[in-house]
Design a protein around this ligand. Structure first.
Ligand SMILES: Cc1cc2nc3c(=O)[nH]c(=O)nc-3n(C[C@H](O)[C@H](O)[C@H](O)COP(=O)(O)OP(=O)(O)OC[C@H]3O[C@@H](n4cnc5c(N)ncnc54)[C@H](O)[C@@H]3O)c2cc1C
Length: 444
């Protein structure tokens, strides 16, 4: 049986970064990464491939780079773990022992169990290059596409396909009353929906898909209140943690995710876990948050990698956050959403600041809107950023860190942020500081 100091199972952003971190911090360790597939796509950019903006060749996931870092790569499926003698077994017949194991087995798509889901041209997302190339070709040929589920991923697909490909009927079917995973305020969602509609996308909210019809290939999507013609269907109704390997080995789970402590150690000796498969807690309130995004997985991988030699880096929780693009604008959010604040029954104040992503206006400045949510005691707990440039993602990251630190308006007033005409908001209208000032000025 071959022995390694560190074995990582799953080579997505969590596993890749775990390997990189172990290699950097503990260069003497013998590392093996096992992934069941080799020719993968970068998942975040799959919507750009499917809508023809970039080619599958331009979006290959760099799994093989772990070999350049000095780790070994095995393309095989791990089928079982023996946590008592620190060993694992693969579908290809290999038996491998480890001193430390990191499980980063990721996600699987949530399935829709309705009649007709097995018809041809009904797809779930699969990030292998062959699957994405096939889907990209199907999208080119399709006349009537139905996206089942109106979350972040569907919205991204609908936007990119409708802006980059003409002559297609696109329908998004969402069971709840909010698209984009409920991450934005009603006003922002109205704006996003308006943009999608103006690009020809039909959005059906509060509608359940109850089946698919067609002879061999899908022809219609059956809804709770009618039907829609379709020659291509994508089902994006969420991700589930891929935990079968851990569960079969007797590792503890919670809400279906692998349970970890603050150093990402599982209930089994010498086994850590990272990424979409683990139970995350929110840095805002310590409660459960799915955290099923690449940015969180990449972070987890670094934490788990650093902790293979014992507790070094503590996981202090994640701030739920994300960015999407609709109609050429970027929409970002961080922390508590309007929907969550209302559901939790919190008394909160929403402050919206209209600023710009550059100054003066003559330097091609575009509007930048920042919405901040403060609790009654002044704590900043959430926000939205809407703009037309890359500044949106840095503002979201900045907000996330302020939210995690539990900042209040008086502390926000004294923040320093850089100012440089072509790329920052004007120093006279820095959105977060301005929002804090308005909070202090206004009656609650
Ligand atoms: C279309 C799309 C767009 C997205 N856009 C964004 C975005 O813009 N921003 C963002 O932050 N996130 C985005 N995401 C989510 C992001 O891709 C995932 O959160 C991220 O890939 C999870 O990383 P991970 O390392 O935890 O798991 P994964 O990426 O799922 O990697 C796990 C790997 O482990 C392998 N594996 C599983 N079990 C075994 C086993 N037993 N043996 C061997 N190998 C195994 C799997 O095949 C997989 O390759 C998007 C996802 C999709 C599908």
């Amino acid at each position: 049986m071959e022995r390694y100091d560190v074995v990582v199972v799953g080579g997505g952003p969590a596993g890749f970064n775990a390997v990189k971190t172990v290699r950097r911090l503990y260069p003497e360790r013998k590392i093996l990464l096992i992934n069941d597939r080799e020719d993968l796509q970068i998942p975040c950019a799959v919507p750009y491939v499917v809508s023809g903006v970039i080619s599958p060749e331009e979006n290959r996931y760099p799994l093989g780079k772990v070999k350049d870092m000095g780790a070994e790569l095995l393309i095989d499926r791990v089928v079982s773990l023996n946590v008592n003698d620190s060993s694992l077994f693969t579908a290809g017949g290999k038996a491998i022992s480890y001193e430390r194991l990191i499980l980063s087995t990721g996600w699987v798509p949530r399935r829709l169990n309705v009649p007709g889901a097995e018809l041809k041209n009904v797809y779930y997302i699969d990030v292998s290059t062959s699957a994405i190339s096939e889907i990209a070709q199907k999208v080119k040929e399709a006349k009537s596409i139905v996206l089942v589920g109106g979350g972040f991923i569907s919205v991204g697909f609908a936007d990119l396909i409708s802006r980059n490909m003409s002559g297609k009927r696109l329908t998004v079917v969402e069971a709840s009353n909010r698209i984009a995973s409920g991450a934005f305020s009603s006003k922002t969602l109205e704006e996003m929906e308006g943009a999608l509609k103006s690009q020809g996308v039909e959005i059906l909210k509060g509608e359940k898909v109850i089946g698919f019809e067609g002879s061999e290939t899908v022809e219609r999507v059956l809804l709770s209140s009618g039907k829609v013609e379709a020659d291509l269907v994508f089902i994006f109704i969420g991700f589930l943690p891929n935990t079968k390997l851990a569960v079969d080995a007797g590792i503890d789970t919670e809400k279906g995710f692998i349970k970890v402590d603050r150093y990402l150690r599982t209930s089994a000796d010498n086994i850590l876990a990272a990424g979409n498969c683990i139970y995350h807690t929110s840095a805002v309130d310590g409660e459960f948050t799915p955290g099923m995004v690449a940015s969180v997985s990449a972070r987890d991988g670094r934490i788990a990698g650093a902790n293979v030699s014992g507790p070094q880096v503590e996981d202090t929780g994640v701030v739920p956050a994300g960015v999407t693009e609709v109609g050429g604008k970027f929409y970002g959010f961080a922390g508590y959403t309007e929907e969550l604040l209302l559901r939790k029954g919190f008394s909160f104040k929403e402050i919206t600041v209209d600023s710009a992503d550059a100054y003066p206006m003559a330097l091609s400045a575009n509007p930048l809107t920042v919405k901040l949510y403060f609790l009654k005691n002044g704590r900043l707990v959430g926000g939205e950023v809407i703009g037309e440039s890359k500044i949106v993602s840095s503002m979201v990251d900045f907000l996330s860190n302020l939210i995690a630190a539990g900042k209040k308006p008086d502390e926000l007033l004294s923040l320093t942020t850089v100012a440089f005409p072509p790329i920052t908001p004007p120093p006279l209208l820095q959105p977060i500081q301005e929002g804090a000032l308005r909070f202090l000025k206004e009656e609650f």
